[in-house]
Write a protein that binds this ligand. Structure first.
Ligand code: SF4
Ligand code: SF4
Length: 388
């Protein structure tokens, strides 16, 4: 018997594959549900794209189960989402308007697709005046057929359950810089002053107050780097020219150059006010990453791997991550001592780590499939349409 070790090893491997398939089944069923309407569309490109994206999302989840690692597989999806989102978005804009630009007044009055970035700016005007500044109406309108109230409700429910996971599993923009951060083998800039972590909070405070005072979406008008690759204000005055320069400089600096030099998601970590706003929800949801101090040898691998500097020497020593943790799993995957673990609040740290991860990933991947999957399918269908 000892002459056939491979025969002896086979059953556990089969069992592991079988278990991974079983664990993936709920995600396969969820994907089928999410894409079921698209399967019956008359357009062949949309049907094909839906099948491709459904298989892609299900295969990545299977690989997460099979390998026990999270970050690498999540990144394939997230970078694809970031890079393909502008493709579908721009194609739709050109189909509807014939151009990527829009007069700034129409942007402010809400004649644009809903963007979750504006949510923090809605809060004070909505509380004070029972109306919102952007995109104009909380009810469906001719130009915004999807109810904004439903979208905000969905976002809130998911954020309450998953905390800041939105920034790693659903944000259409974060994947662009994660893609650039992945390009370089080693960071050229290694030391970043941790005080930069405070900048998004300062921007959040400023835009919330200024938007309430001016009754305008200040972030969208002046600071959004992603205007450069989605829709931009038509340049018709000195003001709109300045706005365009700001958008392009921020995009090149924070989304391309700095991620290439630091291997970090610099826009998310040091600029995005929506990310800061999402961090607040980490306080009140049950999923987190914890450090088992008995196993930790303070090697700093987790800190180096974290794409947003959401784990510090002090937090490792305290057994925690910082408020800005997006639950991407990089620190857990890189920790050779299994000291960084997934955790559900209220349970013992360590023993139920794999169950905590599974529970979190079901929620996060369902969210990724619902939001990112439909965006990916739209973009892939446009690419197929061009190719066919
Ligand atoms: S990688 Fe693991 S062992 Fe190293 S500092 Fe982080 S938690 Fe501790
Ligand atoms: S602390 Fe860990 S899970 Fe959180 S963002 Fe950093 S690497 Fe990702």
């Amino acid at each position: 018997m000892s002459s056939h070790p491979s025969t002896l090893e086979r059953p556990p491997a089969f069992r592991r594959i079988g278990k991974s398939i079983l664990l993936t089944l709920p995600i396969l069923l969820w994907s089928l549900l999410m894409f079921s309407r698209a399967f019956f569309q008359p357009r062949l490109d949309l049907r094909l794209a839906s099948v491709v994206v459904m298989l892609f999302m299900t295969a990545l989840f299977f690989l997460m189960m099979r390998t026990g690692t999270t970050y690498r597989w999540r990144r394939y999806f997230f970078v694809a989402l970031g890079l393909l989102f502008p493709v579908g978005f721009i194609a739709d804009l050109i189909a509807v308007r014939g151009t990527m630009s829009i007069p700034i007044e129409r942007m402010v009055s809400g004649d644009t697709p809903f963007c979750y970035m504006v949510i923090p700016m809605l809060v004070i005007p909505a509380a004070l005046t029972r109306s919102i500044i952007f995109p104009g109406s909380i009810l469906p309108t001719a130009s915004n057929p999807h109810s904004i109230a439903i979208m905000i409700g969905l976002w809130l429910a998911l954020t309450l359950v998953l905390g800041k996971a939105w920034c790693s599993y659903a944000c259409f923009f974060g994947g662009i810089e994660e893609g650039f951060a992945a390009v370089a083998k080693k960071p050229k800039i290694r030391r970043i002053d941790p005080r930069f972590r405070l900048v998004p909070w300062a921007i959040l405070l400023a835009i919330v107050l200024l938007s309430a005072a001016l009754f305008e979406p200040v972030y969208c008008m002046w600071l959004c780097p992603f205007k450069a690759v989605t829709e931009y204000p038509a340049v018709r005055s000195v003001q709109t020219a300045i706005q365009m320069v700001i958008f392009v400089v921020l995009f090149i600096g924070l989304v391309i150059v700095l991620p290439l030099l630091t291997k970090k998601r610099t826009q998310c970590a040091f600029f995005c006010p929506f990310g800061a706003f999402q961090s607040l929800f980490n306080k009140i949801n049950i999923f987190e990453i914890r450090i088992d101090r008995e196993k930790c040898i303070d090697c700093a691998a987790c800190r180096n791997a974290c794409p947003t500097m959401a784990i510090s020497k002090e937090s490792v020593q305290a057994g925690n991550t910082l408020l800005g943790c997006m639950k991407c799993g990089a620190c857990v995957d890189v920790c050779k001592n299994h000291a960084a673990v997934w955790h559900v609040k209220g349970t013992a740290v360590g023993p139920s780590s794999e169950r905590s991860r599974l529970l979190f990933l079901y929620g996060a991947w369902a969210m990724a499939t619902m939001f990112g999957g439909s965006v990916l399918a739209n973009s892939v269908s446009h690419l197929l349409h061009f190719a066919m």
